[in-house]
Design a protein around this ligand. Structure first.
Ligand code: 9MR
Length: 378
């Protein structure tokens, strides 16, 4: 850490571990960007349960938006037909309400973490279009309805398009075709007419995905169906995306009239194995391949070397300069987690890696690039 940043770091830790009463006296990330965009974090259940008090202090101090990392996903919230598990989602929403945060719901219609019963009949065949429509409607009405007026916006459809720009061959697409997207948005709007509604995906910097989403969004708008935001997940790496492609997507999405949201930001400091965020990649390797890959690609198990840390921080500073440049289009920047130790990236695409992708390190220190930004040293 640079010497001139040390006093700030000490104050942050002090304030973060005390009451929030002196929080206004130091620069915070959310205050720094208050005229630009919301600053969010994805929260796991253990955070909301109070099992990580230091992370709790950080989130309370520096963030003004939260999103449910897992607890609102289909398999968690309706594991069996008609049997809902609300405890974790209720606690998550209360956490955000208590702190007056913009609460984001994630995700209503997604092929992954989908309860096995949802698209199947009693003997395991895919259900008819009418049955799936009814199940989608019931699910969305129940979940969105329960938190009506409390959730600012929902990721309604997640990861609908694959890298070549075509529709993902998900059960939703197989059974209902392209119509499943407008239907999901329609049901969500009916369930809470005031909630914002978003479409969300990874690798949004790819020209093929850019084009596909601009078309989907324009089609929805032409049909008079509400859509407020396009979520660019932004699970990025040291060697991707190229900034000009990333910027082209921000501009193209902004030009649809929707808000652009950076919804799941993290940047792996490790060699890239898999550019997307398709969790299935983990299971495509045999245990032997995984062991080999771990040896080869888990390159900083004991800490990030100074030069790599500098490179990571320099690149993140550029990423935030890009967001700032387009703050007229970007309404929220959400990190997919708080501290490096709790990131999903430690397990993707090989379990057992030690990665450094988030805004705070394993000792709860803010990364230097952001300290410089909020202290106006950049
Ligand atoms: O961070 C989430 C991780 O804890 C889960 O195991 C994983 C399962 O699919 O989902 C992660 O979050 C994903 C998000 O919901 C959608 N975009 C990709 C994210 C990273 O996989």
């Amino acid at each position: 850490m640079k010497k001139h940043l040390l006093p700030y770091f000490c104050i942050t830790v002090l304030v973060a571990s005390c009451s929030s009463s002196n929080a206004e006296q130091i620069p915070t990330v959310k205050d720094h960007f208050k005229d630009d965009f919301l600053i969010g974090a994805a929260l796991p259940v253990r955070h909301v349960d109070g099992m990580d008090p230091k992370a709790d202090s950080i989130v309370t101090l520096h963030f003004n938006s939260i999103v449910a990392e897992n607890c609102m996903k289909n398999e968690k919230i309706q594991p069996e037909e008609g049997k809902f598990f609300w405890d974790d989602a209720d606690k998550f929403v209360k956490y955000g309400e208590d702190r007056d945060m913009a609460i984001i719901g994630h995700a209503l219609v997604w092929h992954s973490q989908l309860a096995p019963w949802f698209t199947k009949d009693a003997v395991g065949n895919e259900v008819s279009p009418d049955v799936l429509k009814q199940r989608m409607k019931d699910h969305i009405y129940a979940v969105v309805g329960r938190y009506k007026g409390k959730i600012k916006g929902w990721d309604v459809v997640n990861e609908a398009i694959v890298d070549d720009g075509s529709y993902r061959n998900s059960p939703f697409y197989r059974i209902l075709g392209e119509d499943y997207i407008p239907l999901a948005f329609q049901y969500a709007h009916e369930a809470d007419p005031d909630a914002e509604l978003y479409i969300n995906d990874f690798s949004m910097f790819l020209p093929e995905k850019r084009e596909a989403y601009v078309k989907i969004v324009n089609d929805l708008k032409k049909r008079g169906i509400r859509i407020d935001g396009i979520g660019m997940q932004s699970h990025i790496g040291m060697d991707y995306p190229e900034f000009d492609e990333y910027e082209k997507s921000i501009v193209a999405f902004g030009n649809t009239g929707c808000d652009v949201m950076i919804t799941e930001l993290d940047m792996s400091a490790l060699p890239t194995i898999e550019k997307g965020a398709d969790i299935g990649a983990i299971f495509r390797m045999t245990p032997e391949e995984r062991r080999e890959a771990l040896k080869k690609f888990n390159v900083y198990p004991d800490g990030l070397p100074e030069d790599v840390s500098k490179e990571w921080n320099d690149r993140m500073a550029q990423v935030f300069a890009l967001y700032k440049k387009h703050s007229d289009k970007i309404s929220r920047v959400t990190w997919w987690g708080t501290t490096d130790g709790m990131s999903w990236k430690n397990g993707f695409p090989i379990p057992g890696r030690t990665d450094y992708p988030l805004l705070f390190d394993r000792e709860y220190n803010m990364k230097p690039f952001m300290q410089k930004i909020i202290e106006n040293l950049e």
